[in-house]
Design a binder for this molecule. Structure first.
Ligand code: NAD
Ligand code: MG
Length: 319
């Protein structure tokens, strides 16, 4: 209660324009082309799902830089794939804005997940870990039930976990891979959202991580790109169903971001070395560059945004 009161007081203080003490300085104006590492990157390869701790250079998820303004004080969030990459950036940002956060990930990612738990707890917020494979409907139901029980409710659901396996042609794309990609990226979003809905009240927010692949697919991501397109239409259709309930549903469509998804089979080793090179900014995005977008969509500040897709892709692709 004390922590919550302190955060509310901090939020009020900031809302009144007093940011003189305790808070780290806001990032200053910078050239975005040189703000973060540019290709070429060192050769690297990991077994899927990969670990952020083994990437070179290590991704920036906002660990040191994300600064909260009390925009999600007291909210309860569930983030799938919250151990690393874009999900970790959202989890850190949510906690810094005053939310308690449950993260889901695969058991082999426990070491990445522990780093996120430490960061959430450092903010005085509750961190809940629920490892497990979301390709299983029974686990998805349990995931939501455990999150709701441990957090004491649910206000924000981020369907972010995904599988991406590059294949040079349709001839190499097996039924097993096609099935697995759709289970993790499409079915799980359906199962988790369906299980979460009875717990969501007016003001709740669902955010699905789609991709520029939904609009401008790469030839080697035939199955993955289809799942990302499914997520866009799921988002737009569900937003129409849930509008009258006061529950908003939006999607984020990132371009190339420096996360374990890429060196663990999402891109070929050659593409990883040149990752982000062909964007107008000449580099991949870092997960930290998306944290504020997830906060915006989760918070009341975007109260009229539902059924929307927000892009952030270094100048390429749609939306
Ligand atoms: P990431 O590897 O850090 O995160 C993906 C997470 O998905 C993993 O951490 C893992 O915990 C989870 N996951 C995968 N299979 C799972 C399963 N069967 N059960 C439970 N969890 C599972 O990579 P990321 O790039 O941050 O990916 C997050 C989202 O961003 C994904 O939806 C991805 O499609 C999307 N995205 C990424 C990029 C990019 O360039 N990195 C671009 C556009 C969209
Ligand atoms: Mg991970």
């Amino acid at each position: 209660m004390k922590i919550k009161d302190d955060l509310i007081a901090q939020g009020r203080k900031l809302a009144c324009g007093d940011n003189s003490s305790e808070m780290p300085p806001q990032p200053g104006k910078q050239d975005p082309t040189t703000q973060y590492p540019r290709p070429p990157f060192p050769p690297q390869r990991q077994e899927p799902p990969g670990l952020a701790s083994k990437m070179n250079p290590r991704p920036d998820h906002g660990e040191k830089s994300y600064r909260g303004f009390g925009r999600l004080v007291g909210r309860k969030a569930l983030v799938t794939g919250g151990d690393s990459g874009i999900g970790r950036a959202a989890a850190i940002a949510f906690a810094r804005e005053g939310a308690d956060v449950a993260i889901n990930y695969l058991p082999v990612e426990e070491s990445d997940a522990r780093e996120v738990v430490d960061l959430i707890q450092a903010e005085g917020r509750k961190a809940v870990t629920i490892p497990g494979d979301i390709r299983d409907e029974g686990f998805c139901k349990k995931l939501v039930a455990d999150a709701v029980r441990e957090l004491g409710g649910l206000d924000i659901l981020v369907n972010n976990a995904a599988m991406q396996t590059s294949q040079p042609s349709i001839a190499e794309l097996t039924t097993e891979q096609f099935d697995s990609t759709f289970k993790a990226n499409v079915y799980a979003m359906f199962w988790i959202t369906k299980a979460a809905l009875p717990h969501l009240e007016p003001g709740a927010s669902i955010i699905n991580t789609s991709s520029v692949q939904a609009y401008d697919p790469s030839p080697h991501l035939l199955d993955y790109a289809q799942t990302k397109a499914c997520q866009v239409i799921f988002t737009k259709s569900l937003a129409k169903q849930l509008g009258e309930k006061g529950i908003r549903v939006n999607a984020v469509a990132p371009g190339p971001y420096w996360t374990p998804l890429q060196p663990s089979g999402g891109s070929s080793p050659e593409k990883v070395q040149a990752f982000g090179e062909d964007t107008p900014l000449g580099r991949p995005g870092q997960p930290a560059e998306l944290g504020a977008l997830y906060v915006l969509l989760a918070s009341q500040e975007s109260s009229y945004a539902t059924g929307q897709v927000y892009g952030s892709s270094g100048g390429e692709g749609e939306p």
